[in-house]
Design a binder for this molecule. Sequence first.
Ligand SMILES: Cc1cc2nc3c(=O)[nH]c(=O)nc-3n(C[C@H](O)[C@H](O)[C@H](O)COP(=O)(O)OP(=O)(O)OC[C@H]3O[C@@H](n4cnc5c(N)ncnc54)[C@H](O)[C@@H]3O)c2cc1C
Length: 551
Amino acid sequence: MVSYTPTEEVDFVVIGSGAAGGIMAKELSVAGFSVVVLEQGGPGCYGHEQDYNKDELLGMYPAPADRLMSDLKLQPNTYRKHAGEKAGPGSSRYGCVLGGGTVTYGASSWRHLPYEFNEATHVGTIAGTGMADWPIGYDELEPYYTKAEWELGVSGLRVDSPFFAPMSKPYPVKPLPEKASGALLKIAAAKLGLTVVPNVAAILSEPYQGRSACVSCGMCSGFGCQVKARSSTAVTMIPIAEQTGRCEIRPHSYVHEIKVGANGRVTGAIYFDAAKREVFQKAKAVVLSANGLETPRLLLLSKSAHFPDGLANSSGLVGKYLMSGNFSNANGLFEHPLNEYKGIVSGAAIMDYVPTDPKRGFYGGGRMTGRGQEEPIQYGVQGPHLAPKWGAEYKKALREQANRKLTIASFITQLPLETNCVDLDPDVRDAWGLAAMRLTSTSHPDDVKCMEFFRQRSLEILDAAGATTVWAEPVSDARGGAHSRGTCRMGNDPRKSVVDKFHRAHDVPNLFVVDGSSFVTGGRNHPTMTIEALAFRAADHLIKATKSGNV
Ligand SMILES: Cc1cc2nc3c(=O)[nH]c(=O)nc-3n(C[C@H](O)[C@H](O)[C@H](O)COP(=O)(O)OP(=O)(O)OC[C@H]3O[C@@H](n4cnc5c(N)ncnc54)[C@H](O)[C@@H]3O)c2cc1C
């Protein structure tokens, strides 16, 4: 494998190796460029995936070397509802390993619908929001969705419906087997006139490109995949990048500054290596793919004489318009065992409430997914419904309920508000002495109504599916997390956006921000397929621009 010295000026440094970074590294190195990928997390089980453990306790309390998710003890973050309040401890975590969030994610891989790129044109302004059109439309991204689905490996069924994005090509792999959740949603849908489709997942239903199909182990989201059925960038993109002989992957490299030269161009990145030594990697251009939370934080940490308010931040919008994604959950208990713990997390979805409907009295929509996958310890700690927390009655309720519970999890719109943001906490530092990220977030009143709408519909659906008991906790607002996006929005106007439509920072000609942070509006949550399509498109344009001397 190739290895560069930090003083050697490579063509590109890519910061982060997740959904977007893995694709950028592969595309740029295949196109002939020298690339160094700086990833703060470890290599995980890269190249020996069979060793990923399925130990739930280890997964909950991993030793640092086994860490697949960010560690709040090492990298704390803080949260508050409104500016002006002192932030308290936050709970936001994301995938922190070679392959980023794609190593452990649930892998639901929905495309945005065409109108989700120009919602402002469709609905006009919504008071109090920064609703805006994207500078690109669905048609421009469609070929890259197809490329992402085929290069990564996505299982699904193309459906001809207004609730489904139009596709120029079917999915490369057939849908995963139907689970009890799918069968029960269909019973309800038949009574209520709703539409059920199989989940679209970046998890293989049959062997593809030398990788195995899902073996339904049931320890899926939150765990590494031992048979490489989950199409993470660590098993799809990164091996191809390395095989070019032009891409060096450097795990345990925590970037804390993107360096700017006298001419205002970036010159490389400074990172802490595993021994906490500072290293400067020189590069002709930098691709920042550290996710919707860490990307704005790193730009804000990268202050310089040229950029006293943070790199690429002349608009003052770095970190603003955070959308972490709202959810609503409802649960039902059924007479018969469901065996929902097997297979992928979410087997089927109800699509009818994806579009917004003015009759509902608020803006927003979402996808309802049926799921019942809870690992035994997680379920035991959380406890059965309306049961004591210990003793004989607790055990009896565990036995009765554990395999009979179905949850409808809805993934719904969160409107972009300028006041919802990521910035640097003035009081809290991480284990390297850097300012921690602070999240400020309160959803728009329409979002709260939207969550409540989905909560009510989910209870009705569970009822219609034949649940013997149904319940739902009160809705609660997003507080950050791995679906965060929108914090370096793209646009044509440098005063109103951070990057242009090709992900180039308006302020810095050789800095490219490619990840969930460039979203303008959030879609119906589940951001990763759109992040991946955007990355393929960004790489295409970056390669052409570089080859024509325009970087
Ligand atoms: C348990 C779980 C389930 C999920 N399920 C789904 C799902 O079903 N569908 C869906 O669409 N999404 C899901 N997600 C979200 C999904 O993982 C993210 O949307 C996606 O990974 C984001 O891609 P990204 O490229 O923006 O960032 P990431 O994939 O998060 O990659 C960013 C990488 O950058 C690294 N990094 C950050 N800061 C630095 C730094 N300063 N220096 C060096 N490296 C750095 C990080 O360690 C990380 O590896 C899930 C996430 C989790 C954790």
